[in-house]
Design a protein around this ligand. Structure first.
Ligand code: NAD
Ligand code: LMR
Length: 329
């Protein structure tokens, strides 16, 4: 029996993500939590004739989160405010850091063994926040905490297909680093199957993958950021994890993890100058993150310059998240 919870379930991502989880044969029970509107979203989803039983909770003087999380195996967190044009993801820190802290405190108390998938931005900092909260409660297991960067992977294959033709589903692109602008590093020299990007198109393609989120923010013109593509990407990651938990082997997905706590992570950490968190393709298994792979040694010279930029940005983002929970001075 698999119980999934979505925290921030009434939002732009939360609703379509909850729909996808509700109709997944991998989910037996789905609990929805948000500070608004969950009764309506829950009633609506509960009429679908899929096997998942849907329950919905509001804060209810602190009890709602407890009820939503108790017995949960996988928690997906898209709670928090989205960007408007002109904002960076880091601008969201002020509000979203506290939201993620409080929700992950609930996870630590009521579902400490659950897999935790963080979507709320800025992911580069909210995942370190989640790790610190779980450490404080002595329930941190790095193999169960994932920063969801799969939208970058989804975009990368779509945009590659736009350039070289074919279907987006033909291409698998490792995207490493973090989830904001220059911290997003697509390793286009390692596309499978091997694919040549014309040199005159390369830089624009990399920029498009790095700043794909901005395209949506601009097009939505003040009403939010990517929701539907994010729900799809977040669901695909959750689905991969649940399939791996059920025993399927060979499932590898890029995700932002705490390197010291995942097998193979120490080699990545060394390759990225000691950063604690970095997204790399991670093999998933019954216990979560089984092994981090290290595609960095095969990066070409251009990609190495991108990686240097990413490392600089990430270092500050990680410290900012960690210090929010555990100040050093
Ligand atoms: P939204 O405003 O439509 O929805 C957010 C939801 O969170 C709302 O329903 C709100 O009520 C809820 N919420 C706020 N505080 C809460 C709390 N304390 N407890 C529970 N729920 C709470 O926003 P959205 O478009 O769904 O985006 C959500 C977040 O996801 C944003 O931070 C956005 O930047 C991020 N995002 C991340 C990625 C990614 O690739 N990781 C992609 C897209 C968006
Ligand atoms: C995205 O990549 O679409 C999200 O991180 C949302 C954003 O702010 O761009």
């Amino acid at each position: 029996m698999v119980k999934a919870a979505v925290l921030g379930a009434s939002g732009g991502i939360g609703q379509p993500l909850s729909l996808l989880l509700a109709i997944s044969p991998l989910v037996d029970e789905l609990s929805l939590y948000d500070v608004v509107n969950t009764p309506g979203v829950g009633a609506d989803l509960s009429h679908i004739n899929s096997k998942a039983k849907v329950t919905a909770y509001l804060p209810e003087e602190g009890k709602g989160l407890e009820k939503a999380l108790t017995g949960t195996d996988i928690v997906v967190i898209p709670a928090g405010i989205p960007r408007k044009p002109g904002m960076t993801r880091d601008d969201l820190f002020k509000i979203n850091a506290g939201i993620v802290r409080d929700l992950v405190t609930g996870v630590a108390k009521y579902s400490p063994k659950a897999f935790v998938l963080i979507i709320s931005n800025p992911v580069n900092s909210t995942v370190p926040i989640a790790a610190e909260v779980l450490k404080k409660h002595e329930v941190f297991d790095a193999t169960k905490l994932f920063g969801v960067t799969s939208l970058d992977v989804v975009r990368a294959s779509t945009f590659v297909a736009d350039v070289v033709g074919g279907s987006p589903t033909d291409y698998k692109v490792p995207v490493v680093g973090g989830h904001s602008g220059e911290t997003i590093v697509p390793l286009l020299s390692q596309i499978t199957p091997k694919t040549e990007i014309p040199s005159d198109k390369l830089e624009a393609l990399v920029k498009r993958i790095q700043f794909g989120g901005d395209e949506v923010v601009k097009a939505k013109d003040g009403t939010g950021s990517a929701t539907l593509s994010m729900a799809y990407a977040g669901f695909k990651f959750a689905e991969s994890l649940l399939r791996a938990v059920k025993g399927e082997t060979g499932i590898v997905e890029p995700t932002y993890v705490y390197l010291d706590g995942v097998a193979g992570g120490k080699e990545v950490k060394e390759a990225v100058g000691g950063l604690d968190f970095f997204a790399v393709p991670v093999e998933l298994g019954p216990t979560g993150a089984v092994r981090a792979t290290n595609p960095l040694p095969q990066a070409n010279e251009y990609e190495k310059t991108l990686l240097e930029e990413a490392k600089k940005g990430l270092a500050g983002n990680i410290v900012k998240g960690t210090e929010f929970i555990t100040p050093t001075s």
